[in-house]
Design a protein around this ligand. Structure first.
Ligand code: ARG
Length: 471
């Protein structure tokens, strides 16, 4: 239903673009169009972009020296006003670009109108958002590195701590906790390299592409590229104003990172249950229940797991916005910001929550070890021993070991408690040496292959990981 009370009474059209209009937009038009409530977050990048553009116009003599310095001083003043909360944002002025330009006019008068020479909000917003994303990646990389450090430090303390390793969430083979933690270090390492690629690819300067066609003014795009620390200047003005691949890429990489956090968080949730009791989270990262006094809930981990939903949601949203969008700029592109901001904010929170949880969790080594002893977790070691010691083909050894598990299950004992006679019935070549291969410790110690779980190997991997990721 259309609200009949709005708009008709507004006679004055927009000062920025209203030359051909007789009246103002309706309130609904203003509401759907305005982005200031969220793009004010780009104020710093917008001012940086405008200053670089102004310097370039001055250098090219498109602006006089006096106009150039007046504009730059005005922009610097606006930055101070925003940072000291003295700036009034207005949704009538739509977005951050027009809010700043309007204020500039109040402060310095007419030369403000010349700031927008040889540019458009289309190349301006594309530049601002690239700069913002470049910084966001730096921040996320910093957090990922800090998380890797916590994981490596914890791995170091637990390079020989034995726990069960799982496949299908069934006890598979004993592993070391340090080894387990280093698996996450690898994942976050891949995330960092994906962010690095994304940052390199987005580091192109679209400023000077103007609305879509470029400009007739004698601008120097290389100058603003250097000024804004971009590594190159974009080559096609139509692409420059319509491209949001970098938003998709940032959100893809962030989605993958959030999936990794979610997987780790899920393990933290499982491990801190009474049933597992492998770890205890500190009071700082747990909450109580308002009804069940005994509870210690791993809410931070649950939220790190849950937040992957909204981050992946933002990725789907921007891909859907861009799908089928004709070149070059359409206002649909304004929908790029809230998703990327939201994904960044929640990823940042999740990362910091995980850093906190990992840094002060308690490890219950006794529970880990006794759990590793369950589930006949050395059955593969038995099969390996049959191959190595008796030269039995692995398939046959596997079947022998299966028979031993069957015996142990039936007699409710562990593999190392099977009497030698029972082993001999499976294969009469089996001798007493077998027992030294059935302990959890010897199982773990024997996995010395590169990247394997033995404490010796894990120590090496910890050293490597420090070099690869933290130096
Ligand atoms: N607020 C707009 C955005 O975020 C800025 C670009 C507007 N350009 C235009 N031609 N209306 O996309």
């Amino acid at each position: 239903m259309v609200n009949k009370n709005i708009s008709k009474d507004n006679k004055q059209s927009s000062a920025m673009w209203g030359g051909r209009f007789d009246s103002k937009p309706s309130k609904i038009m203003e509401n759907i169009n305005a982005s200031i409530s969220f793009d004010k977050r780009l104020y710093k990048e917008d001012i940086l972009t405008s200053i670089a553009h102004t310097k370039m116009l001055g250098k090219q003599k498109i602006l006089s020296k006096e106009e150039t310095s007046k504009i730059i001083n005005g922009l610097n003043q606006i930055q101070k006003e925003i940072e000291s909360n003295k700036f009034t944002f207005s949704s009538e002025l739509e977005d951050i670009h027009m809010n700043i330009e309007d204020r500039l006019k109040n402060i310095i008068g007419e030369p403000a109108g010349k700031l927008h020479t040889a540019r458009s909000r289309n190349d301006q917003v594309a530049t601002d958002l690239r700069l913002w994303t470049r910084n966001a990646i730096k921040t996320i990389d910093h957090c990922l590195k800090a998380l890797q450090k916590e994981l490596i430090d914890l791995a170091e303390k637990n390079y020989s701590t034995i726990m069960p390793g799982f496949t299908h969430l069934q006890i598979a083979q004993p592993v070391t906790f340090g080894h387990y933690l280093l698996a996450y270090v690898e994942m976050f390492g891949r995330d960092r390299s994906r962010y690095f690629d994304c940052s390199n690819r987005l580091n192109e300067n679209p400023l000077g592409s103007a609305a879509l066609a470029g400009t007739a003014f004698p601008i120097d795009r290389t100058f603003t590229t250097k000024e804004l620390n971009f590594s190159s200047t974009s080559s096609n003005s139509i692409d420059s104003v319509s491209d949001r691949d970098f938003v998709i890429e940032f959100l893809s990489v962030s989605s993958i990172t959030s999936i990794h956090l979610s997987r780790m968080a899920e393990e933290i949730v499982i491990w801190s249950t009474d049933q597992f009791n492998f770890i205890k989270l500190s009071d700082q990262y747990t909450t109580g229940s308002s009804i069940m006094p005994q509870k210690r809930n791993p809410d931070a981990a649950e939220l790190a797991r849950g937040k992957s939903g909204r981050i992946i949601g933002s990725l789907v949203a921007i891909m859907t916005v861009l799908k089928g969008l004709p070149l070059a700029y359409s206002k649909d592109l304004q929908e790029d910001k809230e998703g990327i901001f939201d994904a960044f904010d929640h990823l940042y929170l999740s990362l910091n929550a995980c850093i906190g949880m990992i840094s002060d969790l308690e490890v219950n080594r006794t529970a880990m070890l006794s759990s590793a002893c369950l589930g006949y977790s050395t059955a593969t070691d038995l099969a390996d021993w049959l191959v190595m010691e008796l030269n039995i083909p692995f398939r046959e050894a596997h079947s022998h070991s299966g028979k031993a598990v069957k015996y142990a299950e039936k007699n409710k004992c562990s593999l190392k408690d099977i009497p030698i006679e029972a082993f001999r019935e499976i294969d009469n070549r089996i001798n007493n040496k077998v027992y030294s291969f059935l302990s959890i410790e010897s199982s773990v110690n024997s996995k010395n292959s590169y990247g394997g779980t033995s404490p010796k190997e894990v120590k090496k991997q910890i050293k490597n990981a420090r070099k690869r990721f933290l130096s």
